[in-house]
Design a protein around this ligand. Structure first.
Ligand SMILES: [Zn+2]
Ligand SMILES: [Zn+2]
Length: 320
């Protein structure tokens, strides 16, 4: 499987401000002076030596992740603004010619998980078939509502592509067999209005996406063995980590997790690689990098010696 992150910001798109950009430039210039950079220097090596928040932009697009199976079929998780970029990519292939088969799995319907769909170009190409997998039986209604006058000029159901809706049984939670050797399980999460995690299993590898989730000690207790069984031993877990621990106390019941708790979860479930996502829109890259360093330090204090931790970054690709 190949996993690509297209949107990692939580709640609201948050483009970088000019002030933040200027500050980054200034800090990079300071590093360059300190490194004695000159025309003979290896620029790539210098860039690579910079702290993550100067090396990258974490990204301002809201939630969208793609999973490409070993057969080459792509599955899109959520339609945050990151899906606009997926659309451009898909338009280069069959979706640009009206023969695209596009699979979308929905975690829930908060704005930041659907607001990119009106700008997903393959939606407007006749012949394309979009299949939505969702545990919400009113999925079509929710997508129609965000794309109707006066909020949007084109009504969702009137767009040129064909749409299919597959409702996942949220009670029985029967796993979905997407391909002969690719099974997807889903699991309810504590989040206002409900949200679902997805677990992809193929070729003995496990990828779990669990954003928009408030993991607390109480939630883990309540989830019991069933929850532990769902999350354990993932090769890659992308998990909600919007808050600091303090913020998670003052925003109790808002439906998101602190990076501290996210690390605890990863360790409890023996995850191999943990990706912290759904970044708080108010946070600059510098603040996110600070949080990341604190998350890694927290892991070390908990004797983490094997789980890798990353900050979700737009465009990042993982292969399992
Ligand atoms: Zn969200
Ligand atoms: Zn949400």
């Amino acid at each position: 499987m190949q996993i690509k992150l297209w949107g990692v910001r939580g709640s609201l798109t948050s483009p970088m401000t000019n002030d933040e950009y200027s500050l980054k430039l200034r800090r990079i210039a300071e590093y360059a002076i300190e490194a004695g950079l000159n025309r003979n220097s290896n620029i790539a090596e210098f860039i690579n030596s910079l702290p993550d928040d100067l090396k990258y932009v974490y990204g301002g697009n809201t939630t969208c992740v793609t999973v490409t199976s070993n057969s080459g079929t792509m599955y899109i998780i959520d339609c945050g603004t990151g899906i606009r970029l997926v659309g451009y990519e898909l338009m280069k292939g069959p979706s640009g010619k009206g023969s695209g088969m596009i699979n979308i799995l929905m975690t829930h319907n908060h704005w930041d998980h659907i607001q990119g769909l009106p700008f997903f170009t393959p939606l407007y190409v006749k012949g394309n078939i979009l299949t939505f997998y969702s545990p919400f039986k009113d999925q079509l209604k929710y997508l129609n509502e965000q794309m109707r006058a006066p909020y949007f000029p084109v009504f969702f159901e009137k767009t040129e592509s064909a749409k299919r809706f597959i409702t996942l049984d949220a009670k029985k939670r029967t796993p979905v067999k997407l391909e002969e050797d690719l099974v997807v399980d889903f699991h309810p999460l504590k989040h206002p209005g409900g949200s679902f995690a997805y677990r992809f299993k193929q070729g003995g590898k496990i990828f779990i996406f669990a954003s928009d989730a408030e993991f607390t000690g109480e939630v883990l207790e309540k989830g019991g063995q069933q929850e532990d069984d769902f999350f354990k031993n993932a090769d890659l877990l992308v998990i909600d980590a919007q808050y600091t621990l303090d913020e998670s106390f003052s925003k109790f019941d808002w439906g998101h997790t602190s990076y501290t708790m996210a690390v605890n979860c990863g360790l409890r479930w023996k995850v191999k690689r943990l990706i912290l996502t759904h970044h708080e829109p108010a946070n600059s890259d510098a603040k996110l990098y600070d949080n990341y360093l604190s998350a890694v330090e927290h892991g070390e204090n908990c004797n983490n010696d094997s789980m890798k931790i990353d900050m979700a970054t737009e465009g990042m690709i993982y292969r399992l």
